[in-house]
Design a protein around this ligand. Structure first.
Ligand SMILES: [Zn+2]
Length: 214
């Protein structure tokens, strides 16, 4: 996975250390690039500072703006049960945020390349930091009355794929009864596995702020 480490153009983050990472939060920017990218990279505005660890554009390019160990201002006011403890008023101190370039209308598509990059990045992060399945979340999960992102993202499938279950299985065709092998002069059949669909790779996006807005 190629990650373009672009950094932030401001100090809209707090220093931390890698042991803090216990959650991964997925967002949608509710905007288009490059405006949303530039906004996040600036760290928001002086009176509304936000930031994100990773930003994935629609082509699947991944930019990293804040180091994993540091605290980005992406989740804002939020709460979640993490490792048996209720976290509040913000999940920022223990999470890594990924922003997806998307209008967050519920109809704006997440192209396959973007989805694939998000999948690859999320797999990498949950493995690296031992983030359990219940702690990979959407922004709307941890701030339900305030946030709706990432609207329209195929969440159940994504979580299943991140944790190795693969795409939601389509029922396999009924296996034909296998006849007892009989001597034959015909060439052996090639075993025909069902084709596994592949997904283009995509990249993640940025997150918000520790206890504020995203
Ligand atoms: Zn968000």
């Amino acid at each position: 996975m190629q990650v373009n480490k672009v950094g932030l153009l401001s100090n809209s983050f707090e220093p931390g250390n890698a042991t803090r990472v216990r959650m991964v939060v997925l967002h949608a920017t509710a905007a288009h690039g490059p405006g949303d990218y530039n906004y996040l990279r600036r760290g928001g505005e002086p009176n509304r500072r936000v930031s994100i660890h990773y930003y994935i554009d629609k082509s699947g390019a991944v930019a990293q703006m804040v180091e994993d160990k540091d605290i980005a201002w992406q989740a804002g006011l939020s709460s979640w049960k993490v490792d048996g403890r209720q976290i509040a008023p913000s999940c920022n101190p223990i999470s890594i945020g990924i922003e997806l370039e998307n209008l967050n209308t519920g109809h704006d598509p997440y192209p396959p390349a973007q989805y694939a990059a998000a999948l690859e990045l999320a797999r990498y992060l949950v493995s690296k930091y031992n983030v359990p399945r219940g702690q990979l979340v959407r922004h709307l999960d941890i701030a339900p009355r305030r946030k709706t992102d990432p609207a329209g993202f195929p969440w159940e499938r994504f979580v299943a794929e991140v944790y190795g279950a693969g795409p939601a299985p389509t029922p396999p065709p009924a296996a034909p009864a296998v006849p007892a092998p009989t001597p034959s002069r015909s060439p052996p059949r090639s075993s025909c596995a069902s084709c596994s669909s592949t997904w283009p790779t995509a990249r993640p996006a940025a997150a918000g702020r520790s206890a504020g807005r995203c």
